[in-house]
Design a protein around this ligand. Structure first.
Ligand code: MLT
Length: 398
């Protein structure tokens, strides 16, 4: 009889968005006549940019001819895409060497898989509220989590506590779920703290493309000292609408080394490379062809149009909340709007109320942690017509 990984007994029965889908599907089956508007999971609705589509077609055509056919690719990703990403970083003043970039099928996989690099005997510091993947994957691998409080008083931007030690720290900015964004001075404090504690900072930059203020950092590597303490995850899901296409990248600096118990210096870059080349055969050539087109001038301009569309949705949502005096966070440099449930309602109760009374789906804050219990998240990734209709419906219950 196998001994199973009993850490799975310690995670909730289902992943947050699977539970939401279950409740919505149950309601939809019982009320087929109702039009449900989904502003829950952060899934995009705009089609891929024309430049990306053209490049995907080129990739498909290449596979159909023996001269251009591609078999297994490099596990770390094709140089053409790593070079394009490095140039993209450079365009906003950040230096990242292509050899430190690893292409993947998305930030969710990488933020989950990175837990393999760390022993169970570590202090893992995670904000609350938080993207549930960081928490669930650490619990699955038997690690203990220390939470730091994000709340209305600190604008959902927890800062380091000099009295708390951490070995591994998770940060996400612009934040999922709260939409809050760290400024450079705040991230510098985090980098200094990580260096002092000899900790690794795991920085999720999946929403960087929503930042419009050039003073706000789009990468942890915009901060001095970060190459000595941080790994960055990024994704084309939200930047370029790749939620269904799947492509992301992770930057693991070569300077990130830590001594093993026997004194051997271990490199996180070498370990991640070893892990990926053993367990992953790379993102498909066709998808990497499409991804490279995102970083061309035309691709960037076309993706920016889609982002502007979502930013306008965020503005429409924020305007409705403002009109009704609902306190909210995010929605400016982020596709997420995080607001207080009316009348201090529990967020799952508010979820049910929204679904049953106005057929609008959001995400209950409780799904992101204790501190989200009385908060609710809406996404700006819906289409315009539905966003406007959802807000008209919300006006009736606010
Ligand atoms: C979310 O809704 O939080 C995101 O879609 C999650 C993700 O990107 O995996």
């Amino acid at each position: 009889m196998p001994k199973l990984n009993e850490n799975y007994l310690n995670v909730k029965d289902s992943y947050l968005f699977a539970e939401i889908a279950r409740r919505v599907n149950e309601y939809a089956a019982a009320h087929p006549e109702q039009k449900i508007i989904r502003l829950g999971i952060g899934d995009v609705t705009r089609p891929l940019a024309p430049n990306v589509i053209a490049s995907l077609h080129e990739g498909v055509d290449a596979m159909g001819s023996s001269e251009t056919f591609m078999g297994y690719g490099p596990e770390q990703g094709y140089a053409f895409l790593r070079d394009a990403i490095s140039a993209y970083y450079k365009s906003y003043g950040v230096d990242v060497d292509p050899s430190e970039i690893f292409i993947s099928d998305g930030a969710k996989s990488d933020t989950g898989n990175i837990t393999e690099m760390f022993d169970a005997d570590n202090t893992i510091l995670v904000p609350d509220p938080v993207y549930p993947v960081y928490v669930d994957t650490n619990i699955m691998s038997g690690k203990n989590i220390t939470y730091m409080s994000g709340n209305a008083d600190n604008a959902f931007l927890p800062m380091p506590d000099p009295n708390v030690h951490a070995d591994v720290i998770y940060l996400c900015s612009p934040n999922n779920p709260t939409g809050a964004v760290y400024n450079k001075a705040q991230l510098k404090e985090w980098v200094d703290y990580a260096l002092r504690e000899h900790a690794v900072l795991l920085f999720d930059a999946a929403y960087e493309a929503f930042i419009t203020d050039p003073e706000l950092p789009r990468s942890i590597f915009a901060i001095e000292g970060a190459k000595e303490c941080a790994i960055e995850f990024c994704s084309l899901s939200k930047t370029a609408g790749f939620t269904g296409t799947r492509c992301g990248y992770t930057v693991v600096p070569k300077a990130l080394t830590f001594p093993a118990a026997n004194g051997t210096e271990m490199s996180l870059h070498a370990m991640w490379n070893r892990r990926q080349s053993t367990k992953f055969n790379g993102t498909s050539y066709i998808i990497q062809k499409g991804a490279a087109a995102v970083f061309t001038p035309e691709g960037l301009a076309q993706c920016k149009e889609n982002i502007a569309y979502y930013q306008e949705n965020a503005r429409i949502i924020a305007q409705t909340l403002q009109k009704h005096g609902v306190r909210f966070f995010g929605g400016v440099h982020s596709p997420y709007i995080w607001f207080e449930c009316p009348q201090q309602m529990d967020s799952w109760d508010f979820f049910d109320k929204m679904l049953h009374e106005i057929q609008v789906v959001g995400t209950p804050g409780a799904g992101f942690g204790e501190n989200g219990k009385y908060f609710f998240r809406l996404t700006a990734f819906g289409d315009r017509e539905n966003t406007i209709e959802a807000m008209a419906r919300m006006e009736t219950i606010l």
